[in-house]
Design a protein. Structure first.
Length: 768
């Protein structure tokens, strides 16, 4: 968009960012015919954050010289009159070329102005007399940019514009008309302007009316400098500000308007008179020559209060209360006192819902007595109102949990439970072999059982149970048995124990590292974790301080999971894993470019193919030049994954298989270099059929490498095409399996798929 001269030249008052090294940019600005453009304003802007760096006017020969430009990438704008372009000859700042500035040197950037023409004419008032100082706006239909000017005392105007088709508007924003005499731009005539040509557009102004009023604060005094806004249908129009007396006056074309104002720039809109919702604002009909008065006062603060009791009348203390507007604009909180009372003050007038959450955070209900927000009452809170919302806390459900040893059937006495019910969460521990959790939300809940540390019993997750208000449900959960692993860490040179090294156990072929850490070593450099299922594992060490992460090898660290030591866990036994011998960390730096050859910003570079739902771990993000630096790597050879929009996830060496990826050698205390040119790839596509009874708009597909277990692509149902179609790019040359999930249920497509190096592979998937 072409910005007016005032806006761009305002940047000249900014203070350039300091830099250790500066250079210069110089050149010549000529018009399309090659003649110099004098008195144009040239500005260098930071390519990194768009900040003003330096500015200068061109001389009579069109020359400019920008000195003291900080080293780095810059974009250049050239402004003649109200026409602004960006080198080389483009209209958008983001489309402008980035020019590298080097300390102590000067780069030359000559710029040629895009072809221009003129729109000129005479503007007269509704009475036929010349209309002086009327704003003229010319909008470029191709570039959605605009140029502007003003009429002189004789009503004449002349505006330089880009070549092309335009609409020409006259008057202030609140009463702007479009040639020929249209009240909206939809009715404007198209004005074609050729290079070097002048097109005459005369206009006679339509008769107008006026909306005026006086704004006051809640106590009755004037409200100065309030922002005034008008709504004409769905169109929002900025109308200026109130003066020091709170008065405002706005010329408008005949029509219907809703008037709004903001008491402060960061405040919310109030609609005249005294409404917080636009739909409740008065519609003011203005005829030609008519003045309509729209006065208003800032709505005063309101309060909402109440009392929460149990079904037997007992006060409910310590409950969190939230008063939330129905449009999510305002939120207020309180806690019930010993007598169950609560109160929030200074509430902005609006419509609200009120919720209560018990002290455990396990259950929420909405006034009056509703378990979901959808059924909650809506309370209208006007300016200065005192609204009372009393409610009765409904009797919750109770869950009784017992646990047994799966192998022997014997009861387990030491365990804790975690319960997820109705969006809330609660927990408890066993007493005498039974855990009881009360005041839960009704409906389907899930239970996790966590056995005590001394045992080899395994944690059990997501046991479903149906809860009913006022009733107790009992569930008995059998617990399987596993084994434990003792892990340790030491400095590779001195052999001294290293505290706070955390370990993650992964099964070979189990995929990327999880979003979190496992058990961590104590002062003696050792830790024995909770029981895990029998099987084979490999350990990843998350190193503290200036040590580097590693996969734990049989005798030292490695960056390659394939080379990590195998730890065999057996039921009822504790196995001692090889020690993590920690080395000082190094780093990898480089530049990531896309298949289009340009640097890629915001790409994730990681040592793991993190799960899409978990978020990046052990990773770095590229800057606007595609540069990255990933540290905390032990001095070994590492494969790196690269994840960014528009490309399939891929490993160093442009492969989808971590075990076949290029390994980047890392040196302790140094930075290795590795640039990555991303490639496109084939795609998986097909149709998803959801089994009856499952939500057709809440499913997800994940393409997982069948060898490494790494998640390599994902597709969510909200992006689905007609009839549930999906398409996701996946790096070619790898075998993948498709995992699906819907409504908390997970499964797999029946067969692995061998992806070719290019092209599209169709796989229809049934989920549920």
């Amino acid at each position: 968009m072409v910005v007016g001269a005032g806006l761009l030249m305002a940047g000249a008052v900014g203070v350039p960012a300091s830099a250790a090294a500066v250079g210069s940019v110089a050149g010549v600005f000529t018009d399309h015919a090659g003649a110099p453009v004098a008195d144009a304003w040239v500005v260098a802007w930071s390519a990194a954050d768009g900040a003003y760096l330096a500015g200068s006017s061109t001389d009579s020969a069109g020359r400019y010289d920008l000195a003291g430009v900080p080293e780095g990438g810059v974009r250049l704008s050239f402004q003649a009159g109200t026409l602004v372009q960006w080198a080389p000859g483009v209209l958008g700042q983001e489309a402008g070329r980035v020019f590298p500035v080097t300390g102590g040197s000067t780069i030359t950037v000559d710029e040629r102005q895009r072809p221009v023409g003129l729109v000129e004419g005479v503007v007269t008032g509704a009475d036929g007399a010349p209309a002086a100082w009327v704003r003229v706006d010319v909008r470029d239909l191709a570039g959605d940019s605009h140029a502007y000017g003003f009429t002189d005392d004789a009503g004449r105007y002349r505006v330089g514009v880009w070549v092309g088709d335009h609409h020409v508007g006259f008057g202030p924003e609140t009463a702007r008309q479009w040639a020929p005499r249209a009240v909206t731009e939809d009715g404007a005539g198209k004005v074609a302007v050729a290079a070097g040509a002048s097109v005459r557009v005369d206009e006679r102004l339509l008769p107008t009316g006026t909306i005026r009023g006086r704004l006051s604060v809640a106590g009755g005094g004037p409200l100065p400098s309030a922002e005034i806004l008008l709504y004409a249908g769905d169109r929002r129009i900025y109308a200026g500000s109130s003066d020091e007396h709170g008065d405002y006056s706005v010329p408008v074309l005949p029509g219907d308007y809703v008037v709004a104002f903001r008491a402060d720039p960061d405040g919310v809109e109030q609609f005249v008179p005294g409404a917080v919702d636009r739909g409740k604002g008065r519609v003011h009909t203005v005829a030609a020559g008519q003045t309509v008065v729209a006065d208003d006062s800032v709505l005063g603060p309101a309060s909402v209060s109440g009392r929460l009791v149990a079904a037997d009348g007992r006060a409910q203390a310590g409950f969190e209360v939230f008063v939330m507007s129905t449009d999510d604009q305002y939120s207020y909180g309180a806690t019930t006192a010993a007598d169950g009372t609560w109160r929030v003050d200074d509430v902005h007038p609006s419509d609200y819902r009120v919720s209560f959450t018990n002290p455990a955070g396990s259950r929420t209900q909405w006034a009056y007595g509703k378990s979901t927000a959808g059924g909650a009452g809506v309370f209208a809170v006007g300016g200065g109102a005192r609204v009372t919302v009393d409610d009765t806390w409904l009797t919750g459900a109770t869950l009784i949990v017992k646990a047994t040893d799966e192998a022997t059937g014997a009861p387990v006495g030491d365990f804790c439970v975690e319960v997820a019910a109705g969006g809330g969460f609660d927990k408890g521990c066993s007493i005498g072999g039974t855990a009881i959790v009360t005041d839960l939300s009704p409906g389907v809940a899930t239970v996790d059982v966590l056995p005590g540390e001394p045992t080899y019993l395994l944690r059990d997750e997501d046991t479903p149970v149906t809860l009913t208000s006022g009733q107790a449900a009992t569930v008995t959960v059998p617990l399987g048995a596993g084994g434990k692993v003792t892990l340790s860490s030491a400095d590779s040179g001195s052999g001294a124990a290293v505290e706070e090294t955390c370990f993650v156990l992964m099964a070979p072929g189990g995929g990327g590292l999880p979003d979190g850490v496992g058990d961590c070593t104590t002062a003696d450099g050792r830790v024995t974790g909770a029981a895990v299922a029998p099987g084979t594992y490999q350990a990843f060490a998350i190193a503290p301080g200036d040590y580097g992460h590693q996969w734990v090898g049989a005798d030292g660290g490695t960056g390659d999971q394939q080379a990590a030591a195998r730890i065999v866990v057996e039921t009822g036994r504790t196995v001692v894993a090889p020690a993590a011998r920690l080395d000082r960390a190094g780093a990898v730096t480089g530049v990531v470019t896309g298949a289009h050859g340009s640097p890629v910003a915001d790409a994730d570079v990681s040592l793991t193919a993190w799960g899409f739902g978990a978020g990046p771990v052990h990773s770095a993000t590229t800057d606007e030049r595609g540069r990255y630096r990933i540290g905390k790597l032990g001095p070994y050879a590492w494969p790196l994954s690269f994840t960014t929009a528009g490309h399939p996830r891929q490993w160093s060496g442009n492969t989808g298989d971590r075990f076949q990826a290029d390994r980047v050698p890392v040196t302790a205390g140094a930075e290795a270099a590795y640039d990555m040119a991303l490639t496109g790839g084939p795609a998986l596509t097909g149709r998803v059929t959801v089994t009856p009874g499952k939500p057709a708009t809440d499913w997800r597909l994940t393409a997982v490498n069948a060898v490494t277990g790494d998640p390599m692509a994902e597709f969510d149902s909200y992006d689905q095409g007609p009839d549930g179609t999906y398409t996701m790019p996946v790096s070619g040359g790898q075998p993948v399996r498709i995992r699906w999930s819907v409504a908390g249920q997970t499964g797999w497509y029946a067969h692995p798929i061998d992806l070719p190096g290019a092209g599209t592979t169709r796989v229809d998937v049934t989920v549920g």
